[in-house]
Structure formats: structure tokens, C-alpha cells
Design a protein around this ligand. Structure first.
Ligand code: C2E
Ligand code: MG
Ligand code: MG
Length: 689
């Protein structure tokens, strides 16, 4: 068992060599045995034959001497044997078995046992001798016996020498044969070993480009060829597979980029950022690390977009994004959340000063002018930072607080950085939040313009036009009335942009009313906030709204509040005069509620007075309100301007106002403010009616 185990563990080369050696040795041994036996037998046979023949001749020659008891004659006959060195001795015995004549030094002490009666010669081998007995007889009558003892050692020596020679030649030829076999095996086995080694390498390294050397045309060569074919096949499959894997990986990378990166700036996107913040907050509780979340908003990005177009706006975003990234350490992350909003996550923060440094770096870098296609563009950013986990560890709170801090920064004059503080009270927070929502509302298209019809109070109550009233369709709060956000929009300066949007939308919508309905000519009244009047671009904006929509200027009314009249600055007066010169009608809204001196009225090119709702609501019972309304109607007549009463809710109010000479009316009694679509339908009915 052990030998078998050992044999199995040997290499093929050694196994074959050993087998061959064993087979050769066995063949030689067998051959040697056969040869030795043959030589042995032949030697004995020849010795026996020779011995018998010679014994017979000597016996015949000695017969007469024995008969005549002539010892000399017998001795002379035996003497012939002296020349043969092998003959140890020879003797002739008489009929009684007594030695008659002997030759040789040592006389055999052999009694011829019962040989006297023998008739034929016989030979016997024993103890390295050959004893040949032959009867000595005359005419068939035995007179004695002859013994010749021969030494057989010469024969044995001969055989031994022969065996020696055969053994030697066997060894030499065996050695040569083994050498030959060894070489042969090497030739056969080494390609096999090469193949086996190659297979090991291929399977270990997975390198299917290796090939086996085909060095012969025998079975081993065929094996190498088939092995190469197999490798070809595997390599082809492997290439196809890795191609497919590469394609799949590319697709995955692309999808990953789409899912996690912003197309414009190549920064990570909101999706990625939220995921990152979630993970960070989760890990924070276990690791005890500190981090800062910055919300960064570009100041006046919309202006850039509107002035130079989106194409340049995108390039600006890219530059700004790159500058932010440049201000950060490698472990920090900047993402574009959308529009002009960015977020930065600073991890492993030990003190607030580190955040300050990063923020001022960002502010400084971004304040540098950006050159795009020959334009030199200046932008600033407002940064709000919330410290994690100091301020909060809640995901939504973190976002809200950062947003609040950012709007606080905007409020404090833009292009600055503010940390979130608890003092930013909940109320302030709400306000800031609403403001932040308000900013986005324009970009997200959440505003809508409603139209409230304005009628003539003359017979027939003809439809004259409508007042454009803004509505905010907030995704969570629903329809927000203007009173809830206009003051904030004015405070933050957002009203300029919002107002412009209302103006353009209203003009475009009013253009669709023309040529339909009963009169085919309807005006639209747009409210103008004091901030808009302060805007240097007002005239240009009005002009562009008119020219872009095609609405004739006389069909546009701009409603101003009395507070406007208190501002007697040259610029404002000039702007109003210019507007009036364009043909646009100027209306004094909410008349009677302000503090302006009536004398100012004559300085402004006002064409209509709108009696405030507060003087109408108690009509017809409140006599004071009735007097006020009569006074306003009288004033408008003397100033030669149209007078309109707003907030009419009942038939009585309408009739009374008509009676006292009010020309136009607006109120829930006639219609509530309605979406543009509804107003168009109303116009259609107006045409039919
Ligand atoms: P306003 O210019 O005096 O507009 C008339 C307001 O009176 C509207 O309120 C209208 O819905 C409401 N109203 C009309 N008839 C009646 C009635 O019979 N009864 C009662 N109770 N109310 C009536 P709204 O739409 O909520 O607007 C409020 C104010 O917000 C407006 O007062 C105006 O000052 C301001 N506003 C609205 N849209 C804009 C805008 O686009 N730009 C600016 N700057 N201000 C706007
Ligand atoms: Mg108004
Ligand atoms: Mg009003």
C-alpha cells in the first residue's frame, strides 16, 4: 500500500522511467538465468559423453593387461590420462573389486559398489567431480572395472565467467537503454509538463492570451493544439464577456452620473446631497463628529439670466460652482441643489472659525468678476450655515435652519455669511421661510394672475376691462392671497421682479381680449407697488411689456397707491409723466385711505380715482361714507378724471354709487376675481349678450 501511494505521488516521467528500469532488469535476469542453465546443462552433457567415450576406450585397452595380470601394461594404458589436467585419478579394479592399478596422487577410497556386475559404462556427478565407471571385459565377459574421476571446477569456472560477461554486458546495455529511455521520455514528457504548467498559469492568472508550443505532430502535439483551440475559444468568450461587462459598467456609470450629478455644473446634485446629509447625520450620533451645512444662494442670478440669456447663466453657474469647490478641502462637498442654490457640507469641524474661513473664501472668490463671452459679470452670494449636531441633528430642521440663516444673510444686505441662531425666532423663521419660498415661486411658476371685471355703472353695466390681481399657488399652503405676501415681496425687493411678471402676463392676456366681446376693446389694470416706481428700469419694463404683447398703451392702467404721491422726488414724478406720455392710464388706488394732500393730485397725470372699499362697504346706510363718496365723485369731476368704486357687494351699493355719479364699478356684486380662462369666457358671453 505504501509503495503504491509513493508511486502515485511520483511524476509521470519518474513513473515511466522506473517502470522501464524494472522491466529491463527483469528481462535481463530472466535471460541470464536461461543462458546459465543452458550452459550448465550443455557442459555436463559434453563432459559426460567425453568421459564415457574415453572410459570405454581405456577399459578396452586395459582388458588384456588385467586378464594377464600385467600391471605394467595396464599402468601404461592409464598413463595416457596423465596429460589431461582435469583427471584427478584413474583406477582399474579386478573382478573382486580390488584395486589392480591406480593412477594419481590420492587413491580414491571408493569401493566399487556392486559395479562388478555392470555391463555398460556410466557417469555420475557429485561434489564437483565426475565419476565415470566402465566394465573391463573381453568378449563380453567382465574381468574388472575402470574408474576415472574428473575435476568439474574448470567447467564451473567457465560458466561463472560466462555469466559474469553476460551480466556485465547486460548492465552496460541496460544502462544505455535507460539513458535512451530517459532522453526519449524527456522528449515526450517535457511538452506535457509544459502544457500542465501553462494550464496552471492560465487558471491562476486568468491570462487566456498564452498559447502552448506545438513541437511535435504526435498525440502530445494534438493535445497542445486542442488546448490552444480551447484557449482561443475562452479568450473570445472572455473578450465578449468583458466587452459586455464594460458596456454595462459604462451604462451604470452614466446612470449614476445622471442620478447623482448636475448636468450644468458637474457638481453632485440635490439627490446626492440629501443622501449624503442623511448618512452624515446618522453617523454623527455614533462618531461624535461636528459638521457644517452651508446654503449658498446667488444674489441677482435671475437678472443675469434675463439680461444675457440662459446660455451665459449656465456658464456663470459653472464658474461659481468651480470657485466654491476651489475654496474647499478635498473631504468637503459642494452640490448644486437647483436654480442658483448650492449646498456645502464641511465635515470634521472643530471650531466655528474654520467655517468662517471657508465662507469668507467663497465670498471673496465669487465676488471676483466673471468674464463670459466678452461680458464682465459681477455676482455675490448669501451664505447661511447650520452647525451639526450643535443646532440640530434632524434632517429637515438642518435644511430649514440653513435656509433661514441664508435668508437672514440676504436680508442683511446680501453677499454675506450668517450662522443659524436660535434668536432667529420661529416667527422670523416662518417669515424668512415664506420669503425663501417666495423667491423660488417665480422660478417654479407658482404665481398666477386672476382678473376681476370692471363694469360701467351707466345703463347696461357694460364690461370695460379688468384688474389683474396676483395669486400664489403654494404647493402646501394652497392659494395664498396677495395681502399675505405682497408686503414681504416689497420688503425684500422681490416685488420688482414679481410686478414685472404680472405686468407682462396681464398685457399678454389683455391682448387676447381685444376684438372679442361687445366693445372689442378692454383695458387691463395692473397694481404698481412703490418699489416698482423706485425702480430705474420701470419705463423700460413697461415699454417692453407693451411692445412684446402688442397691447396699445391706452388699454393699460397702472394702479398706484396714495403713498406714491407723498414721494415727490423728481425721479418718481418724471417716471409717471413719462408713462402718461406713452399713453398709459394712471389710476389712484384705495383713494381716501392715505395721507396725501389733495393738492398734490394736480401735479400728477392721474386719469382715474378708485374709491377705497372701506367707504363702500357700509353703504348705503352710513351717511359719512356716503358723503365721502359724493366728495370724491365731485373732486374727480373737477379734476376731470374718471371715478371708480371698488368693493361693491350689493345691488343697493351699485345703485347708490350710480346715482351719485360714479362711473365705473368693481366688486363681488358683479364678479369675484377669476382665472384668466374664466374671464375670457365671460368676455365671450359679453359678446353674445
Ligand atoms: P387692490 O388693488 O385694492 O385690489 C382689490 C382688492 O379688493 C382685491 O383683493 C379684490 O379681490 C378685493 N375685492 C374686490 N371686490 C371686492 C368686494 O366686493 N368685497 C371684498 N371684500 N373685496 C373685494 P386682493 O386680490 O386680495 O388684493 C389685495 C391687494 O393686493 C390689492 O388691493 C393690491 O393692493 C394688492 N395686489 C394684488 N395684486 C397685486 C399685484 O399684482 N401687484 C401689487 N403691487 N399689488 C397687488
Ligand atoms: Mg388695485
Ligand atoms: Mg384697491
Amino acid at each position: 500500500m505504501m509503495i503504491r501511494g509513493w508511486f502515485r505521488s511520483q511524476s509521470l516521467h519518474r513513473k515511466l522511467l522506473l517502470t522501464n528500469l524494472l522491466a529491463t532488469a527483469l528481462a535481463f535476469l530472466l535471460g541470464l538465468l536461461i543462458i546459465s542453465l543452458g550452459v550448465w546443462q550443455e557442459g555436463h552433457q559434453r563432459a559426460e559423453l567425453d568421459g564415457l567415450t574415453r572410459a570405454r576406450v581405456i577399459a578396452d585397452n586395459s582388458a588384456a593387461g588385467l586378464m594377464f595380470q600385467d600391471k605394467d601394461s595396464v599402468a601404461a594404458t592409464l598413463d595416457v590420462l596423465r596429460v589431461d589436467g582435469r583427471v584427478l585419478f584413474a583406477a582399474v579394479y579386478d573382478r573382486d573389486g580390488k584395486l589392480f592399478v591406480g593412477l594419481g596422487a590420492s587413491q580414491p577410497a571408493i569401493e566399487p559398489p556392486g559395479k562388478l556386475a555392470m555391463t555398460a559404462a556410466e557417469a555420475r556427478f557429485s561434489g564437483g567431480y565426475l565419476d565415470v565407471w566402465a566394465p573391463v571385459s573381453i568378449k563380453g565377459e567382465s574381468s574388472g572395472m575402470l574408474l576415472i574421476r574428473e575435476d568439474m571446477s574448470a567447467l564451473y569456472l567457465h560458466i561463472a565467467r560466462l555469466v559474469g560477461i553476460v551480466l556485465l554486458s547486460s548492465l552496460i546495455s541496460g544502462g544505455l537503454a535507460t539513458l535512451l529511455v530517459y532522453r526519449m521520455l524527456q522528449r515526450v514528457i517535457s511538452p506535457l509538463s509544459g502544457l500542465s504548467l501553462l494550464m496552471q498559469q492560465v487558471s491562476q492568472k486568468g491570462d487566456y492570451s498564452s498559447r502552448a508550443e506545438v513541437s511535435s505532430r504526435d498525440e502530445v502535439g494534438e493535445l497542445a493544439e486542442s488546448f490552444n483551440l480551447m484557449l482561443d475559444q475562452i479568450e473570445r468568450n472572455n473578450i465578449a464577456l468583458s466587452c459586455e461587462l464594460n458596456q454595462r459598467r459604462d451604462a451604470e456609470i452614466k446612470l449614476d452620473r445622471l442620478a447623482h450629478y448636475d448636468n450644468v455644473t458637474q457638481l453632485t446634485n440635490r439627490h446626492y446631497f440629501e443622501h449624503r446629509l442623511h448618512t452624515l447625520l446618522r453617523e454623527m450620533s455614533t462618531r461624535g463628529e461636528r459638521a457644517a451645512l452651508m446654503f449658498i444662494d446667488l444674489d441677482n442670478f435671475k437678472d443675469v439670466n434675463d439680461t444675457y440669456g440662459h446660455h451665459i447663466g449656465d456658464q456663470l453657474l459653472r464658474t461659481v460652482g468651480a470657485r466654491m469647490a476651489q475654496s474647499l478641502r478635498s473631504e468637503d462637498e459642494v452640490s448644486r441643489l437647483g436654480g442658483d442654490e448650492f449646498a456645502v457640507l464641511l465635515t470634521r469641524i472643530s471650531e466655528l472659525a474654520q467655517v468662517e474661513v471657508v465662507a469668507s473664501k467663497i465670498l471673496k472668490l465669487i465676488a471676483q468678476p466673471v468674464f463670459i463671452e466678452g461680458h464682465e459679470i459681477f455676482v455675490g452670494v448669501s451664505i447661511g450655515t447650520v452647525m451639526l449636531p450643535d443646532d440640530t441633528i434632524d434632517f429637515n430642521c438642518a435644511l430649514r435652519y440653513a435656509d433661514m440663516a441664508m435668508y437672514h444673510a440676504k436680508h442683511l444686505g446680501r453677499n454675506n455669511h450668517q450662522f443659524y441662531r436660535r434668536e432667529l425666532s420661529e416667527e422670523q423663521g416662518q417669515r424668512l421661510l415664506l420669503e425663501s419660498n417666495l423667491r423660488r415661486a417665480l422660478e417654479r411658476d407658482e404665481f398666477e394672475v386672476f382678473f376681476q371685471p370692471i363694469h360701467s355703472l351707466a345703463e347696461g353695466r357694460a364690461l370695460l376691462g379688468a384688474e389683474a390681481l396676483i395669486r400664489w399657488r403654494h404647493p402646501e399652503l394652497g392659494l395664498v392671497p396677495p395681502a399675505d405676501f405682497i408686503p414681504m415681496a416689497e420688503e425684500s425687493g422681490l416685488i420688482v421682479r414679481i410686478g414685472e411678471w404680472v405686468l407682462r402676463t396681464a398685457c399678454q392676456e389683455a391682448m387676447r381680449w381685444q376684438g372679442v366681446g361687445a366693445s372689442g376693446k378692454y383695458f387691463v389694470a395692473v397694481n404698481l407697488s412703490p418699489c416698482q416706481l423706485a425702480d430705474a428700469e420701470l419705463i423700460a419694463r413697461v415699454k417692453s411689456a407693451l411692445s412684446d404683447s402688442g397691447l396699445p398703451p391706452e388699454l393699460l392702467e397702472l394702479e398706484l397707491t396714495e403713498s406714491v404721491l407723498a414721494d415727490q422726488s423728481e425721479g418718481s414724478v418724471q417716471k409717471l409723466i413719462q408713462t402718461a406720455e406713452m399713453g398709459v392710464q394712471l389710476v389712484l388706488d384705495d383713494f381716501g385711505t392715505g395721507y396725501s394732500s389733495l393738492s398734490y393730485l394736480k401735479h400728477f397725470p392721474i386719469t382715474k380715482l378708485k374709491i377705497d372699499r372701506s367707504f363702500v362697504s357700509e353703504l348705503p346706510d352710513d351717511l359719512d361714507d356716503r358723503s365721502i363718496c359724493e366728495a370724491i365723485v365731485g373732486l374727480s369731476k373737477s379734476l376731470q378724471v374718471t371715478v371708480l368704486a371698488e368693493g361693491i357687494e350689493t345691488l343697493e351699493q351699485a345703485e347708490l354709487l350710480q346715482r351719485i355719479g360714479c362711473q365705473e364699478a368693481q366688486g363681488f356684486y358683479f364678479n369675484r376675481p377669476m382665472p384668466a380662462e374664466a374671464f375670457r369666457q365671460l368676455l365671450g358671453q359679453d359678446g353674445n349678450g
